[in-house]
Design a protein around this ligand. Structure first.
Ligand SMILES: CC(C)(COP(=O)(O)OP(=O)(O)OC[C@H]1O[C@@H](n2cnc3c(N)ncnc32)[C@H](O)[C@@H]1OP(=O)(O)O)[C@@H](O)C(=O)NCCC(=O)NCCS
Length: 157
């Protein structure tokens, strides 16, 4: 049987992908990024974004910035109908390949304290908790949530 993950195509995000990316974004975050933010990121020389598609449909994306020898993951999201099928894992593998090409020493990211799904995902790729940024995120109901800073080193650090 052909698995969904075998049909997945990963490519650089383009302006034509943004309708699909925004659909993913809406299912993934309580305060989704507006289209303008993605447009800015696509023009940002430091940023690198990939989409995962099934046929023409965007089902997930990942974004990162490369600054000196650091990679910072800005976001990763999978449409809610397509989770737990290793799509995010595939995107993280793609990011790790990109890091090798950039000669990256370490990757850093922030994740909500209560977002255990994402924390488990990152741990499965060797990320470790470095510190906590208290009340970093704002929720739609105006409450705050702390961020866990997670880091993964490469051998050349
Ligand atoms: C977090 C997210 C990206 C994971 O995407 P996904 O494609 O479902 O993840 P994968 O299938 O690659 O999961 C790989 C591993 O991560 C962990 N994981 C993923 N989702 C999990 C969940 N809901 N609960 C516990 N562990 C989870 C598991 O270890 C999983 O391996 P397993 O399925 O063999 O147990 C997805 O749930 C999502 O888009 N969430 C909303 C957006 C978000 O929180 N993004 C992260 C911002 S920091």
């Amino acid at each position: 049987m052909v698995k969904l993950i075998d049909e997945l195509e990963i490519s650089r995000m383009s302006f034509e992908d943004l309708d699909g990316v925004i659909e993913v974004e809406k299912t993934a975050f309580p305060i989704p990024w507006p289209r303008r933010s993605f447009e800015e990121e696509l023009r940002n020389m430091l940023a690198c974004y990939f989409v995962a598609k099934l046929g023409e449909r965007v089902v997930a994306y990942i974004g990162m910035w490369f600054v000196m020898d650091e990679c910072h993951i800005t976001n990763v999201a999978v449409h809610e109908d397509f989770r737990r099928q290793k799509i995010a894992s595939r995107l993280i593998e793609k990011m790790l390949e990109e890091c090798k090409e950039h000669g990256t020493s370490y990757i850093e990211l922030e994740v909500r304290e209560k977002n255990l799904a994402a924390q488990r995902l990152y741990e499965s790729f060797g990320f470790q908790e470095e510190c906590v940024r208290k009340d970093y995120y704002k929720n739609p109901d105006n409450t705050r949530e702390s961020a866990i800073i997670m880091v993964r080193d490469f051998e050349n650090r």
